[in-house]
Design a protein around this ligand. Structure first.
Ligand code: BGC
Length: 607
């Protein structure tokens, strides 16, 4: 397939001769729903609580699905709701085929699926194949069994180094901080082998060299496919296979971006990977062997009817490596975290968008776009920090606080930028309300294992996981019937509540709703992007301008307003606009507009 960008110079309207560079070739796009879907991430702990224990549940999600259909999304991705001791908020699964009683029952899961499908929403569930909980029956059996036993072979157990095996087998560092190995006590009470956990000590890594592990995970896929799910978001998809020579590699990997902005040593003495500087090949991230696993999974999915899909959460270096997970016989989508991690800077964003689209296009996959999720500081706060980009791992009361007004303005502008891009977009619950991070959570309430494992140096992810505000005047803002919430909500969240914003023109909720409707009407998800250069006097370094189908998108990231002198019809805007001195549309700082160029009426030729 020829994926060379096509550069043409043409006239966008009577006044402006512009250069456009078309990046995505619509011919490579298929018709499957996931190619252009807007997928809403539900974090079940914090979406809605039906039983009043303060923790969200599946019945709560089902009861609030109407919000999602009104919003206009195509699909829901549910973060884990399986049986779990919740040491990592459900990403520590003890039984992959059961719903944790805190979240409900399998009957509740079936009811959710049934109602979502009836409302026309697809449902994607989270699958955690890199590790289980230490409470999983397999790990308990492994602890009770002897070194070298088949039970231990399901995990990564190794003898320690040092005279008495007292040193960890390698110097690998957990993503949450601290060593990635823990030593067990054998049945006879003696200090024993070490097991690998790239995340928390309660999350032992599975051994993907073992065919039994592969078959078990495929059987779990089938279990949920049989129940009717439309796909899986695959957690830590790049981590399953480890270099079997187990070389040392003492770098701490940053969540989501896969690298650390600063590099150097952190408070724990853990060596950070350091920006894009190459810390040398990792022996456990993005090993070539992972791809064979997903080829097998693809075949499992294709044995089912409907367009079921796999979405990779993979932190790999550069868009091509990410796109490799979405080759035609592997997964269908991969999260493009580069976009999320890019600073609020027109040139850098353009580079990121171009790179992401080009790499996805080269393998015939849709590009994905995401601004927030349960692992990062919410966009409305991240973009209000002095230094934008992926942001810190959590914000505490003593840290510099985001500029809330600037953050929200930019988050809305970023959303309109994202939703105009071809491909599939992900929204994180509450983003449609403009919810900020809870930046002043009392430390004693924090649950993220990263908080404890970093010696409380990183605040962690709890601040983006606070229960949603539904009703301004209800206790707990209507999250639960009795006002209980597992984390406290900031007092000023009444202004963000769904019922405060519903039907209010210009509110963040209504801005998102209109964006999703217009995205659908103009078929932007399946369109092509063409960068527009030379538009009016817009300084390219502070303005992003592109067309997708007949819509011209202009995002002003610069310090001064930009006037669009060409004749345009306004389609949508992320915030209030003004009128320029020559009568054109004035796009203020940190604002995105969708417009349609209008051809000036031709005067009749003189006879
Ligand atoms: C999930 C995190 C989780 C980690 C370990 C991630 O990438 O999104 O929330 O802590 O995997 O399962």
């Amino acid at each position: 397939m020829n994926n060379d960008p096509v550069t043409t110079t043409h006239t966008l309207d009577a006044g402006a001769a512009v250069t456009t560079t078309t990046l995505v070739h619509p011919a490579t796009a298929g018709r499957e729903w996931w190619r252009s879907a807007v997928i809403y991430q539900v974090y079940p702990r914090s979406f809605a609580d039906a039983d009043g224990d303060g923790l969200g549940d599946l019945a709560g999600v089902t009861s609030r699905l109407g919000h999602l259909t009104r919003l206009g999304v195509d699909a829901v991705w549910l973060s884990p709701f399986y049986t779990s001791p919740q040491h990592d908020a459900g990403y520590d699964v003890a039984d992959y085929r059961q719903v944790d009683p805190r979240f409900g029952t399998l009957t509740d899961a079936d009811a959710l699926l049934e109602k979502a499908h009836r409302l026309g929403l697809k449902v994607i569930v989270d699958l955690v194949p890199n590790h289980t909980s230490n409470e999983h029956a397999w790990f308990q059996a492994a602890l009770a069994a002897a070194p070298g036993s088949p039970e231990r072979e399901r995990y990564v157990f190794r003898e320690g180094r040092g005279e008495h095996g007292e040193l960890a087998p390698t110097n690998w560092i957990s993503v949450f901080g601290g060593p990635a190995w823990s030593r067990v006590t054998e049945a006879d009470g003696s200090p024993g082998q070490w097991y690998l956990h790239l995340f928390d000590v309660t999350q032992p890594d599975l051994n993907w060299e073992n065919e039994e592990v592969r078959l078990e995970l495929e059987s779990i896929l089938r279990f949920w496919l049989d129940r009717g799910v439309d796909g899986f978001r695959v957690d830590v998809a790049h981590g399953l296979v480890k270099d079997q020579s187990f070389p040392d590699w003492g770098h701490r990997t940053d969540m989501v971006s896969g690298h650390d902005d600063e590099g150097g040593e952190d408070e724990l003495g853990d060596v950070r990977t350091g920006g894009h500087a190459d810390p040398g090949p990792s022996p456990y991230w993005d090993q070539p062997g992972v791809h064979e696993i997903y080829r097998r999974w693809r075949r499992v999915l294709e044995s089912y009817d409907g367009d079921r899909c796999l979405v990779a959460e993979a932190w790999a270096d550069g868009p091509e490596k990410i796109a490799a997970y979405t080759r035609p016989d592997e997964m269908h989508q991969a999260f493009n975290f580069d976009f999320l991690s890019t600073p609020w800077d027109a040139e850098l964003l353009r580079e990121s968008i171009t790179g992401g689209l080009g790499a996805a296009d080269a393998v015939g996959a849709p590009c994905t776009w995401v601004l927030s999720n349960h692992d990062v500081v919410r966009a409305a706060s991240r973009l209000g920090l002095a230094k934008t980009g992926k942001g810190p791992n959590g914000i505490g009361a003593d840290d510099p606080q985001p500029d809330a007004e600037q953050g929200l303005r930019r988050a809305r502008a970023a959303a309109l930028l994202m939703l105009a891009l071809p491909g599939s977009a992900y929204l994180y619950q509450g983003e449609e309300l403009g919810l900020p991070e809870h930046t002043t959570l009392p430390d004693e309430l924090r649950e993220d294992p990263a908080y404890v494992r970093t010696g409380r140096a990183e605040k962690g992810r709890d601040g983006c996981r606070v229960p949603l505000p539904w009703e301004a005047d209800a206790p707990g803002f209507g999250f639960s019937p009795n006002g209980a919430t597992w984390l406290p909500q900031p007092a000023d969240w009444a202004s963000y509540a769904v019922d405060t914003q519903k039907g209010v023109p210009g509110s963040t909720l209504e801005t998102y709703r209109a964006a999703l409707r217009l995205r659908r009407d103009y078929r932007l998800g399946t369109g092509s992007l063409a960068w527009v250069d030379g538009l009016d006097d817009c300084a390219q370094e502070s303005v992003l301008a592109f067309t997708n189908r007949e819509v011209l998108v202009v995002a002003n990231l610069g310090a001064t307003p930009v006037e669009l002198s060409l004749g345009v019809e306004l389609v949508h805007a992320s915030g209030p606009l003004g009128q320029g001195t020559t009568g054109g549309l004035l796009v203020p700082t940190d604002t995105t507009v969708w417009v349609r160029p209008v051809q000036p009426e031709r005067s009749e030729p003189a006879r």
